[in-house]
Design a binder for this molecule. Structure first.
Ligand code: 6V0
Length: 332
């Protein structure tokens, strides 16, 4: 006998809600921070966790399931088998070797490319319509690797890129000016990490462009002061890793924010790693780098034509060349 007696609802269509399924590959610190943020924000009906370590995976799954009484209703599954990901709307890839203290992101590359050859093809096979959101580092190169291995159109392969760098930037500016970080518009573009490019001319607070405001008030600003804030952004990842061993909360929120824009078709602009050929003179090879991009249910819907100074465009092209150089050695 059923626990509930079904009510006849003659003539009424059953409430049809689209079922949303997200798979998170890699149940480490970053993958679990993303999964738990997605859960608390009610972004999915079903979350699938995939990892190579079955014990850790089951432990993480049970731990999350035990919070069901306090969370929006979401089915949580976990497996080492990719078949469970079938029909995912979004696949978030965080699997990989962790960045050790002092290790550069590019050093991680060879280790992670080998892993991706076992991860991306089954994801693409089981969810041919999915959007791939790559988080593992070095994220720009691994987004390119995922695009190649999946055979997907480039609008459905996105790297979390400088989304996190930009939120660190917004926090530091907000802290400096004692305002809410959500009112600060500021973008870091280019390569995630050491060679990222801060777009000073794009910074505004509550719609007021900061540099021209300072100029109008005849407040002298030193380029060195601005560069110091950018350096702080770059150093902050290394600082968190050296202090607690990994980063998790900020990347968790930043990726959940991307998931919301994509799955709820929010058409918001995020600095994420996208196919960057043809932008700012990038030619001669396929490369993914962060630019402010509009995200929605179709993945990348467009890229903002943001103004870069000559110096910024040159640094952007330098990052592209460095990445192209590395990619040429991958044999992908
Ligand atoms: P972690 O805690 O070591 O987790 C990695 C997980 O991947 C572990 O649970 C492994 O068992 C699992 N794994 C390894 N191989 C496979 C495989 N073949 N298939 C499935 N799972 C596998 O690392 P952490 O979670 O701290 O970091 C994960 C990745 O995210 C690293 O590459 C980081 O550098 C990267 N980050 C990227 C950021 C960004 O802004 N793009 C920010 C933070 C971390």
């Amino acid at each position: 006998q059923a626990f509930f007696k079904p009510i006849q609802r003659a003539g009424l269509p059953s409430p049809a809600k689209r079922h949303t399924k997200i798979s998170v590959i890699g149940a480490g610190n970053v993958g679990m921070a993303i999964a738990q943020t997605i859960l608390t924000q009610d972004l999915a009906d079903e979350i699938v966790l995939i990892d190579a370590n079955p014990d850790k995976l089951r432990g993480e799954m049970l731990d999350l399931q035990h919070a069901a009484a306090f969370l929006p209703r979401t089915k949580i599954h976990a497996s080492v088998d990719y078949e469970l990901t079938v029909g995912s709307d979004l696949c978030i890839v965080t699997a990989g070797a962790r960045q050790n203290p002092g290790e550069s992101r590019l050093d991680l590359l060879q280790r992670n490319v080998a892993l991706f050859k076992n991860i991306i093809p089954p994801l693409a096979r089981f969810s041919p319509e999915t959007i791939l959101l790559i988080v593992s580092n070095p994220v720009d190169v691994l987004t390119y690797v995922s695009w190649k291995l999946s055979g997907f159109p480039s609008n459905r392969v996105i790297g979390s890129g400088t989304n996190l760098d930009s939120s660190r930037f917004r926090f530091l500016i907000a802290d400096h000016l004692d305002v809410n970080a959500q009112d600060v518009q500021a973008y870091i573009v280019g390569e995630h990490g050491d060679s990222s490019v801060a777009l000073w001319s794009s910074i505004s607070v509550g719609g007021v462009p900061i540099l021209s405001f300072l100029k109008n008030q005849q407040i002298a600003y030193e380029k060195a002061t601005l560069e110091k804030i950018h350096k702080e952004v770059i150093d902050s990842a290394y600082e968190v890793i050296s202090l607690k061993g990994y980063t998790s909360w900020a990347i968790g929120y930043s990726v959940a924010n991307l998931a919301r824009s994509i799955l709820r078709d929010q058409r918001k602009i995020h600095p994420v790693s996208v196919f960057a050929n043809g932008f700012y003179g990038i030619e001669g090879g396929d490369v993914f780098l962060s630019l402010p991009a509009q995200l929605g249910r179709g993945g990348v819907l467009g890229v903002t034509n943001v103004h870069l100074t000559d110096e910024e465009a040159e640094r952007f092209r330098d990052s592209a060349n460095t990445i192209l150089d590395v990619q040429s050695q991958l044999g992908i």
